[in-house]
Design a protein around this ligand. Structure first.
Ligand SMILES: Nc1ncnc2c1ncn2[C@@H]1O[C@H](COP(=O)(O)OP(=O)(O)OP(=O)(O)O)[C@@H](O)[C@H]1O
Ligand SMILES: [Mg+2]
Length: 824
């Protein structure tokens, strides 16, 4: 092992750091006494626990800046861990702004990037090449798929996704093959099989010099444990370790922190010294280098990653794990108005098993929270955009406004309205809807059908979903096409002449068949051809559904248990929903028309202006951030809490923390919105207000209903929400928290009648026109659009839609169940 001086260490390193004069220090001015105590703390371990917006991140930033400015530490002696790359960049910027100079050599990064950096340097010690590959989730599943196939493990119920989840969980707990084998019950064939899968997976990655995401942390821990001298280099180097969002660390990350903060024993110190590593100024009277000073900050109310193995116990047991630790509690909130904080307090107090703490501010109540219930997701999106335009006119910069949602699929409706407005926006931490890989894949199928000459689209889908057509085959087809002056598509049809195996040839032909069949669906009927119309041709949505099903793309995503693939499947379903809308709105339009419209939407992305852009992101991405105005959208049962959470222990409580995280991002203005119906896979489902909305005290929210509902009270008797239960309201499912595992407080304290009354207030009149019979030719009156004639009724049951030509308002489509209409 060679020991070298760290390249990040500045020349000035050899001068021992010294403590500068602290009087009138701008770094500490304006901090409250508890914050000051945390910034000035000099000792082995410090835990800062506090609610949202109380200055935890700010204290970390000031602490780093003060250590550097007072020359108590060199930038290279600092390691700060944040939860996202965005947070890391922000913290670095702030530290540098406080210092008034750059601070290179300082490590501010996520756990994963810090570990990659360490592992690339030290790879040889653990038999890896320093150019090791990092496997993403998809790569991992590909490897597992092959192993499972080879072992016939699928017959025992193993899938790549299930094996992946189990392996990931083990790695987050730092269990490797050996330790798993020691504890496994070898009489259980399931366990024996899993052990074999785990063993082979580990071996294959090693052979490929590859690490998966979980390995990055776990391998660093193993490295440090197996090679104390390597560990000593980092223990000596990082004198100050600071961790933000500590409540979301898992066991492996916790172990890493422990390794990094261990003291360096005297024997190793001597060895480092002998190798020319500078230790002077670091050793104590026993000849050891004491453990690094550790500062962690967290808020157990904001723990939202239990599904990825995060362990709140890391916070609860901090004092036991790090003896001599000090604890600082921050109480005052500096971010939000009291109204926003009161809403957050009220919501989170419904979670059991937490220490009661109340956020408060000295800054006054502020504006009321604004509530809005849209008819549809589009209506809701329109409200959001209108309000943003109003805020902007009143002087709020776009960059100071954010829109949050629970699932990525919700961006579709939002983006459509944003694109039509002039409001610049960007989707943070995720590509825009049409840029997402799975949407591009689905679109590539449509493009390949619409334009068989488009080689790019064909190549994209050739092996998507994976159908065993490798790059060599792809090249063979391309070469054959070139040599014989054929298109790529024609060459695919000549696969039999390429000398490929029968399976590959079969796969290529099957894909070509699917594309041919889809193309045939687009041919108009004889009458249509004669009339020059599109009559008789299949709708775009039908062609897309056919392609997604026959190609296996949707199944591959749906059957995977990787949470990301689930989102991808939802996105593809959103695209299907969008084509359904398109078909309804443009009955005569062709596939090419659809593709053209999509390209135009995508081309409008260039929008930007000097005052920045509005940020759209998921609630998970929003952690740690703050904005002047925050819009929390899609506050419906099934979305928040997400329907998946219902089946997980602690799920609804974690979803509530997510809602709490969302609320506490807002500084001055908070908007809560939902839609009464939401399209899911092209079906319009009736949505129910999120149970969490009910937990916010009445007076805090000013409900502005959608115009269509505000005036619709006359005529129809409001009906009990209960009447809707069990009517298969799509994603909304069982209303009002009656799901089995959701043993939550309000379901015992609030009676059903109160719930109904409350829901009526939220959604305007709760209509149920479920039994209203309408036929083409019927005259109706709509609360806003006036009188009109029904031209068509489509859909069934709760999803019946009336197509109405209004006398003055033009053509509209109405969801009969909830529309404010009466038959004349
Ligand atoms: N003493 C203070 N004086 C003025 N502003 C402060 C003070 N402390 C914190 N702030 C401001 O309050 C806001 C919230 O601070 P910060 O983001 O550090 O809170 P946090 O506890 O990390 O929140 P979260 O739990 O959401 O991560 C920031 O705008 C910060 O600059
Ligand atoms: Mg923070």
């Amino acid at each position: 092992m060679t020991l070298i001086l760290d390249p990040d260490e500045p020349a000035g390193w050899r001068e021992a750091p010294h403590r500068a004069d602290t009087a009138d220090d701008p770094l500490t001015a304006g901090l409250n006494p508890q914050q000051l105590e945390a910034v000035e703390y000099r000792g082995p371990a410090l835990l800062i626990v506090a609610g949202a917006g109380s200055g935890k991140t700010r204290v970390l930033t000031h602490r780093i800046a003060s250590l550097i400015q007072r020359r108590e530490a060199w930038p290279s002696q600092i390691l700060a861990i944040t939860f996202t790359n965005k947070a890391a960049a922000e913290m670095r910027e702030r530290v540098e702004a406080l210092l008034g100079e750059g601070a290179s050599g300082m490590w501010i990064s996520t756990f994963h990037s810090a570990c990659v950096r360490i592992l690339r340097r030290e790879a040889e010690s653990i038999g890896l090449s320093s150019t090791f590959t990092i496997y993403d989730s998809a790569d991992t599943r590909t490897v597992l798929k092959r192993i499972i196939k080879q072992l016939d493990a699928d017959t025992m119920g193993f899938t790549p996704a299930s094996a992946q989840a189990k392996i990931s969980k083990l790695k987050n707990e730092l269990a490797d093959v050996e330790s798993y084998a020691r504890n496994a019950n070898l009489n259980d064939p399931q366990e024996v099989m899993f052990l074999e899968i785990f063993r082979q997976y580990t071996r294959r990655l090693r052979e490929a010099s590859a690490l998966d995401f979980d390995d990055l942390i776990a391998e660093t821990v193993y490295l440090f444990r197996a090679f104390p001298k390597v560990a000593a280099l980092y223990q000596r180097r990082f004198r100050h370790l600071l961790v933000d969002e500590y409540q979301d660390t898992n066991h492996a990350q916790y172990a890493l922190i422990r390794e990094l903060t261990r003291p360096v024993e005297r024997a190793i110190v001597d060895e480092l010294d002998a190798h020319g590593v500078l230790v002077r100024g670091l050793v104590d009277e026993r000849g050891e280098i004491p453990g690094a000073s550790l500062t962690v900050v967290g808020d157990s109310d904001q723990s939202i990653y239990a599904f990825r193995g995060a362990d709140i116990r890391n916070i609860v047991e901090f004092e036991r794990d790090f003896p001599g630790a000090s604890v600082v509690l921050l109480e005052q909130n500096y971010r939000s108005t009291q109204n926003i904080l009161s809403a957050a307090n009220a919501v989170i107090s419904n979670n059991f098993d937490r220490k009661d703490k109340k956020l408060w501010t000295a800054d006054g109540d502020g504006d009321q929270i604004v509530g809005y219930t849209g008819y549809t997701a589009h209506d809701e999106a329109q409200f959001v955009v209108d309000e943003i335009e109003a805020l902007h006119r009143a002087g709020t910069a776009y960059r100071d406004i954010a829109v949050f949602y629970r699932t990525n699929a919700q961006t579709r409706a939002l983006e459509e309205i944003f694109v039509r407005s002039a409001v610049p926006y960007r989707v943070v931490g995720g590509t825009k809807f049409y840029e997402r890989a799975e949407i591009k894949d689905a679109m590539a199928y449509l493009i390949a059908v619409a334009n068989p000459l488009d080689e790019l689209a064909l190549r994209r889908i050739l092996n998507t979903p994976k159908r065993g057509i490798g790059p060599a085959t792809e090249t063979a087809i391309a070469t054959f096409a070139e040599q014989n002056e054929l298109t790529f598509r024609q060459a695919m049809r000549s696969a039999g002449e390429l000398g490929l195996g029968p399976k590959v040839t079969g796969a290529i032909n099957a894909l070509a068949d699917v594309l041919d069949e889809a193309a045939a669906m687009l041919v108009p009927s004889q009458a249509g051809i004669e009339a020059g119309t599109n009559e008789g041709a299949s709708k775009v949505s039908d062609v897309l559904v056919f392609l997604m099903e026959r190609s296996g793309l949707l199944d591959a995503l749906r059957n995977s248990r990787d949470p990301q693939d689930e989102t991808r499947a939802e996105n593809v379903e959103e695209l299907v929903a969008q084509t359904r809308d398109f078909d309804r709105e443009n009955p005569q339009a062709t596939l090419v028309d659809f593709l053209t419209q999509v390209s135009l939407v995508a081309a409008a992305d260039e929008l930007d202006d000097a005052s920045g852009t509005v940020s759209l992101m998921t609630l998970h991405t929003a952690k740690g951030l703050e904005y002047h105005a925050v819009f929390l959208t899609g506050l419906e049962e099934g979305l928040l809490p997400h329907q998946m959470s219902a089946t997980e222990p602690g799920g609804p409580a974690e979803e509530r923390r997510l809602f709490y995280v969302g609320i506490t991002r807002a500084r001055k203005r908070l908007y809560l919105s939902l839609a009464m119906s939401r399209a899911q896979f092209g079906e319009v489902a009736v949505a129910m207000p999120s149970r969490y909305l009910q937990e916010i005290p009445e007076g805090l929210i000013d409900w502005k209903q959608s115009p269509g509902m505000a005036t619709s009270r006359g005529g129809t008797q409001p009906r009990a929400l209960n009447a809707r239960r069990g009517q298969g309201g799509g994603a909304s499912g069982g209303a009002w928290g009656t799901r089995g595992r959701d043993l939550e407080r309000f379901s015992v304290t609030k009676n059903a009648g109160a719930k109904t009354e409350w829901a009526n207030r939220v959604t305007g009149t709760v209509r149920d026109n479920g039994d209203l019979t309408l036929e083409p030719g019927d005259r109706i009156r709509h609360a806003d659009f006036g009188e009109g004639r029904v031209s068509q009724v489509t859909g069934e049951g709760t999803k019946r839609i009336a197509h109405v030509s209004f006398d003055t308002a033009g053509a509209k489509k109405l969801l009969i169940k909830i529309a404010p209409i009466e038959k004349l």
